[in-house]
Ligand binder design. Sequence first.
Ligand SMILES: Cc1cc2nc3c(=O)[nH]c(=O)nc-3n(C[C@H](O)[C@H](O)[C@H](O)COP(=O)(O)OP(=O)(O)OC[C@H]3O[C@@H](n4cnc5c(N)ncnc54)[C@H](O)[C@@H]3O)c2cc1C
Length: 381
Amino acid sequence: MNFEIDATEQAIVDAAERVCREVLAANAQRYDETESFCAESLKALGELGFMGINLPEQYGGFGIGSLAMSAVVEAVSAACASTASALTAHFLATDSILIGGTEAQRQEWLPRCASGELLGAFGLTEPAAGSNPADMRTRAVRENDGWRIRGSKHYITNAREADFIVLYAKTDPEAGARGISAFMIPRGTEGVTFSNPEKTMGLRGSTIYELALDCWLPASALLGQENHGFRTAMEVLDRGRVEVAAMSLGIARAAMEYALKWVDERQIGPKPLSAYQGTQWRIADMHAQFEAARLLTMKAAARRDSGQRFSLESATAKLFAAEACGFITDAALQLHGGYGYIRDLPLERFVRDARILRIFEGTSEVQKIIISRAVLEAARQ
Ligand SMILES: Cc1cc2nc3c(=O)[nH]c(=O)nc-3n(C[C@H](O)[C@H](O)[C@H](O)COP(=O)(O)OP(=O)(O)OC[C@H]3O[C@@H](n4cnc5c(N)ncnc54)[C@H](O)[C@@H]3O)c2cc1C
């Protein structure tokens, strides 16, 4: 498997690292403390074209491979995980158009999404349908040459800030997962109302909302083909899980950097903390977890670019990297002792931000279901 990126991609990753260091990292603590949406950081990424790094050149993207894209997401997340969450939610929306939309819809929406002019949201989860989205109750019914959408969604990232929401709804309730379609809901659509932003544990610079829907959409709002929505959503989530794995690497990397510096600086008795074998073993465990997570993420990214199915690889990378990030951020905080618990340092923010990685885009338990199903199926052949 080839994990190399070319010189053009490396230049793009370097540019991302630069803007992350200079702009995103400077905003991260303020967003967290004031619980304010990461608008300036998204704008800075948009101005450099990073809102379209998941898209081919013909739709305004950079046309880079998934390895380079993962490296960019890692850089964004290392600087500000909230911004990475808002950015990757936008990718879920634009991937939905790329995978499920007609050519005319791709042309209409994607170039403006890539340029940063439009921000997207991805509306799948409902109060009664999280781990099993096929149980969704939001209905789309034909009405006056268009569609009447009735129902609710919750925990939708970017929903109120977004210029459009890709919303999944049941068009054929008898058909289960085969009766779901996707719709484009532009900002300002009458009959779409939002809750206040939810008060979250981490990612406080990214927002999630509950939506109540009783709205009419024209026929053209149907994204691609009727009843093909579930397949689209599952393919989109396969791609998204590689990005969550890359987000995990970013937060873990930032926590590791603090820990490595600190253990040399902190004197405990006659010697620095790094001179104790207990510390060295902890550092070795953190490193091994990080390297394994990065290799699994790279493998999933390479497989994604190969054109083969990559559900197994993306679920494995997401499961392992999210769990590793939890371990690494906790270990980094522990190495700081009481200082790690004080909000002057971002260690406690890293722990809070990392927690969601084991929940969204499919919990760790859901990844295990996907992995075991694929592994058992392969073994039976
Ligand atoms: C910050 C944040 C951002 C989000 N952003 C978005 C977004 O932009 N768009 C969107 O559509 N959704 C979004 N979500 C929703 C997220 O994807 C769901 O919360 C997640 O998929 C889990 O669904 P749930 O909350 O309904 O949990 P549930 O499905 O109720 O799960 C509860 C528990 O049951 C476990 N469980 C479920 N099934 C099984 C099983 N078969 N066997 C064993 N255990 C099981 C789960 O692992 C979990 O531990 C977001 C959520 C959060 C918190």
